[in-house]
Design a protein around this ligand. Sequence first.
Ligand code: SF4
Ligand code: SF4
Length: 545
Amino acid sequence: MFCFQCQETVKNQGCTVKGVCGKPEETAALQDLLVYVCKGIAVYAEQAKTIDKKARRYVCEALFTTITNAAWEDSRIMEKIEEGLKIRDAVRAAAGSAVSGTLPDCATWTPNNKDEIMAKALSDEVRINAASNEDVTSLRSLLIFGLKGIAAYAEHAAVLGFEKDDIYRFLMEALASTTRDLSVEEMIAMVMKAGEISVNTMALLDEANTKTYGNPEITEVNLGVRGNPGILISGHDLKDMEELLQQTEGTGVDVYTHGEMLPANYYPAFKKCSHFVGNYGSSWWHQNEDFETFNGPILLTTNCLIPLKKDNTYLSRLFTTSVVNYPGARHIADRPAGGKKDFSAIIELAKTCKPPQEIETGKIVGGFAHHQVLALADKVVDAVKTGAIKRFIVMAGCDGRQKARSYFTEVAEALPKDTVILTAGCAKYRYNKLPLGDIGGIPRVLDAGQCNDSYSLAVIALKLKDVFGLKDINELPLSFDIAWYEQKAVAVLLALLYLNVKGIRLGPTLPAFLSPAVAKVLVEKFDIKPIGAVADDVAAMMAGK
Ligand code: SF4
Ligand code: SF4
């Protein structure tokens, strides 16, 4: 196997025997083949005037399936590959003579049985590093990992009925481009275009979420528990959240969020539910402990699901849905056309479980997406003009297991008291429970929401740029100190680069998939740098460097 798509990859080089995440070789191989099948579909689909509806949703779901910590069950990935091959052949038949010339293997390869599929999955030709040139591998990886994030966000929006043909068209064009020998300049242009599409996709998802559930608003989120049995919901899928809240109403079962679902607490449509109690536990990598003490069923709607440890007992309480799956966990089927998912099995189990064990008490404050922050714009602008706020630090992104991530907690603690941290994504758990105080009533940590809500932070920055009459976002008193882990974060990073954000600090390490030459391009063009020592970075950011 070879996988280097996440920040925790072995020695920041690549997992070659088994993933640090726990992904076995066969699972990694099948996921690589799933991407390969998507490329085959894309070779035909990019030529079509309109992109086949089934093919476009399939490609989004399939790419999403391969994101770190989503799919663990080989039989389901195998089924997805078989489904993809049928879709590819249907798209090929529809394309007819529109596609000519020599076709790549991913567009023509046809297995006769599952053994042949597994053999193909295990062959080196489907690996992301199949190209002999390290810069080609690097640029293709940067593109494909960004596409995985874009596909995940597009899929979330599509679930709510919001779709854009441009996004699907680009996914096909970009996937197909990786089957051709492009020049370095052409590949860089494709990566930059992915940044633009990433912004558009996050904007679409923002529209989908806010039109469906209202604009996030300032909210105190309860961290404690009540005496009823509960269901813990994690991941990002707000449609699942909606249907779970509907189906648990009046049953005596409470609902709590975990990890990246925390921002669901900020939406008016969900806040009003009296059985929606608050957030339980911390970011994704704490789940082995948090799920254990929760006592009730857990629903994983998207990444990040990590393997259970030997002494964990919650497998019988673990449910997955959509692209997530795990051997031994029960899977909730997709909603039928026009219908809803059926969460009754989870609810019935919850009724038989003990209430959650309290692991903390108190409240945290969030809900600072663009609409809420812009409603406070006068206050914020005044605070900047009077010098009460000296600088904003965007510390969005991911949390993760590595010890080096204590850097982000230490930066939050070390930043002067006249700074405000803008955050989104699960990186927030590194500092959202610290007593950092407020500036004239404006909390020093403003949480916009999930990692896709980094879009909100961009909207806020662009608005501040206009209010202060600046030409360039980089003239604002604003620094970026970003934590990354998986591929949605790659999409967010590409979006920031497309918005011409310069001087981003990225950690805990720069991605392993950046070759020295590609890293050099990013450094020269965008002044990207790795995080350094806390005191040095804080001093540099305060000096606008
Ligand atoms: S997802 Fe990350 S940890 Fe898992 S195999 Fe890939 S690089 Fe390794
Ligand atoms: S914040 Fe990062 S780790 Fe958390 S879900 Fe988003 S991309 Fe994944």
